[in-house]
Design a protein around this ligand. Structure first.
Ligand SMILES: [Zn+2]
Length: 461
């Protein structure tokens, strides 16, 4: 697919980039003392080498190849590294420090979503493909590079001020957090595939049995209470994203296999049990204000909330349009930004952040809670094909990075994958992930908790 044309954008001065990045840096730590950080013109205490060319004045999606340097035994890519012969960080006398590569511009590039805004690559669902990303090209999707850049800045601030910076903690003093979510696409059709398979094999008794079960028993995917209870065993609360559209998209791609009216009682019960109910916006809404407005209204009528959150079906996201729509409709948070094809960090950051609004030249007014791992990504003909016992080992290094930087680990597990018939990315694999998270003393939070904490941080500053 072809993206919409590039909209007119506000010129991105070094000042705008610096402000955007430092805003996120300050928010990541508690009580950061006042320190001047910036390029040489402002005579800062922490001087960052400025990028020596006009990348941000043009509209190219990709900067030149990054230079790799070591920081705390981790090999990291540095874009805009024009002083490759100089050390990464120089701690100088008289409360000064110098960072010899432009980590402000590199952090801006990754965090803002620059690559996908300026790239014209989209897949058949209108999404920016993982294969077109710098994360794929240079192999750092599971490394939160921007958090590492902040760690360099933190070291410089500590040198300059003589004070130790502490990352913010989560509820109950936990070092890190996890956001457990479920997109509800399918509730009615677990029976179809085995029934069709029996018919194909000519196994009529089995076909008859499947049909009989369908008409006499609850569908195996009609399991929301089970989902909620499974998650609750770990002391976690679920966030459910419901899809108000049950008609297919024009190209035949399915939306919900249920109508929202038919699940009112389920939603009420989930709500009563402490689950968060949010909007799973249907195909096409990521680029259509009218359609998105209607779905937001349907959702608000059925489940009013002070903290309206959203995730788009199929993780559809058009960087040239969607951030504007979310701002217009006053959504407080989104949790769509992960790659469908690979787990990891689409914006190279493991804390909630404000995606940049290029049209307005400032941070968007909704919070992005980045999506780290989706069940379908792990086992799917077009994505990864991990064996069941490869899943947790594959994800563990990413979990360790999030824990290290006190971030949020967002997990998406569809209700249909709580069906025991799924032995690839089903309930057993989900429980293994939950065991791991609980074993590492994660704070299980929902979207409202994350947003509330973010508001408190903003209030302090
Ligand atoms: Zn969906």
């Amino acid at each position: 697919m072809v993206p919409p044309p590039l909209p007119a954008i506000t010129t991105l001065t070094a000042e705008v980039r610096l402000t955007y990045v430092l805003q996120h840096f300050w928010a990541a730590y508690v009580d950061v003392p006042a320190v001047r950080i910036g390029y040489s013109a402002i005579q800062p205490q922490i001087e960052v080498a400025a990028v020596a060319h006009g990348f941000f004045a043009a509209a190219a999606p990709y900067p030149s190849e990054p230079h790799w340097r070591e920081w705390n035994e981790q090999r990291l890519p540095f874009f805009f590294d024009d002083n490759r012969q100089l050390p990464l960080l120089e701690l100088l006398p008289a409360s000064r420090a110098r960072i010899n590569t432009d980590i402000i511009s590199a952090a801006f590039y990754l965090l803002s979503g620059w690559q996908e805004f300026f790239s014209a690559e989209r897949d058949q669902h209108g999404r920016f493909p993982y294969a077109a990303s710098v994360q794929a090209r240079y192999g750092f999707v599971a490394v939160p590079v921007v958090n590492y850049y902040f760690d360099i800045l933190k070291t410089a601030v500590e040198h300059v001020t003589g004070q130790t910076l502490h990352p913010r903690r989560w509820a109950g003093g936990a070092a890190w957090a996890s956001f457990i979510t479920h997109d509800i696409d399918n509730l009615r059709n677990a029976w179809k595939q085995p029934a069709k398979a029996a018919l194909r094999r000519g196994n009529l008794p089995e076909f008859g049995r499947q049909l009989w079960r369908h008409f006499t028993q609850k569908d195996a995917w009609d399991n929301l209470e089970l989902v909620q209870q499974t998650v609750a065993i770990y002391g976690a609360k679920s966030t459910f994203f419901f899809l108000p559209e049950h008609r297919k998209a024009a190209n035949g791609t399915p939306n919900a296999d249920y109508s929202l009216n038919s699940v009112r009682a389920d939603i009420g019960a989930l709500n009563a049990a402490g689950a968060e109910i949010q909007l799973h916006a249907s195909l096409g809404t990521a680029t259509n204000l009218n359609q998105l407005t209607q779905e937001a209204m349907v959702k608000m009528r059925s489940e009013p909330t002070d903290v309206p959150g959203i995730r788009f079906h199929y993780l559809q996201w058009e960087p040239r349009i969607t951030p504007e729509l979310l701002g217009d409709l006053a959504f407080t948070y989104d949790s769509t930004l992960g790659f469908a094809e690979h787990y990891g960090f689409r914006n190279s950051y493991c804390l909630p952040f404000n995606p940049f609004n290029f049209q307005r030249g400032q941070p968007g007014n909704f919070l992005e809670i980045p999506l780290n791992v989706m069940d379908a990504t792990l086992h799917h003909p077009r994505y990864l094909q991990l064996a069941p016992d490869e899943i947790l080992p594959a994800l563990t290094p990413m979990f360790q990075e999030i824990e290290r930087f006190r971030g949020v680990c967002t997990v998406l597990w569809h209700n249909e994958n709580f069906d025991p018939a799924n032995q690839h990315n089903g309930p057993v694999q989900f429980r293994a992930i939950m065991e791991y998270l609980r074993g590492r003393n994660v704070a299980f939070v929902n979207g409202q908790d994350i947003l509330l904490r973010h508001e408190l941080v903003r209030g302090e500053r």
